[in-house]
Design a protein around this ligand. Structure first.
Ligand code: HEM
Length: 148
């Protein structure tokens, strides 16, 4: 197995961890925000692990960006849907989602009231997860399986 394949498996598999952690963080934030709950250490940790998983995914993605045969810079890159997607669209959408997660996490950290801490996570993580889902669907790769 080549280094490219190993990183691709890691990046592909980590998507499930990222998605599960973000969804759990969102459910917890909605329950806290709408149910007026306190902001616990458990809440803080889950929100942080979700962000760390997204940052790790970014690092794997960045390595892939340099080795993937689907990332090309040529006169046909923008004309072909597959190369356009992997060279431009995937990185743009995923980076935007990761930035949203980072902003939400930082806003939550700075807020003083528990309700505002929960709200920052809920709003920013929901926007991010929607973008990630749209990006994966647009890739035309299977949502729940790993390409060899
Ligand atoms: C939350 C963030 C991200 C998620 C959930 C995600 C998810 C995915 C998924 C599901 C695939 C398809 C894997 C397969 O076919 O088995 C993929 C491929 C890829 N990703 Fe990401 N990605 C993310 C961020 C990024 C970023 C930030 C970059 C670039 C810096 C990137 C670069 C790539 C590349 C180049 C491929 C193509 C691999 C290939 O088939 O050659 N990804 N990503």
């Amino acid at each position: 197995m080549s280094a490219y394949q190993i990183i691709k498996y890691l990046h592909s598999g980590l998507r499930f961890v990222v998605l599960i952690l973000i969804v759990l963080a969102i459910l917890q934030a909605l329950a806290g925000w709408l149910g007026n709950k306190t902001y616990s250490q458990g809440n803080r940790k889950l929100n942080m692990f979700a962000m760390i998983s997204a940052h790790t995914q970014f690092l794997f993605g960045l390595i892939l960006y340099f080795v993937s045969p689907f990332v090309q810079f040529g006169s046909n890159t923008m004309k072909e849907a597959t190369t356009r997607y992997w060279t431009v669209e995937h990185i743009a959408m995923m980076l935007f989602a990761i930035v949203l997660i980072t902003i939400g996490h930082s806003k939550s950290k700075k807020a003083t009231l528990p309700q505002l801490k929960h709200r920052a996570i809920a709003i920013f993580y929901i926007l991010a997860v929607l973008i990630i889902i749209v990006a994966i669907v647009q890739s035309k790769r299977p949502f729940f399986s790993i390409t060899g």
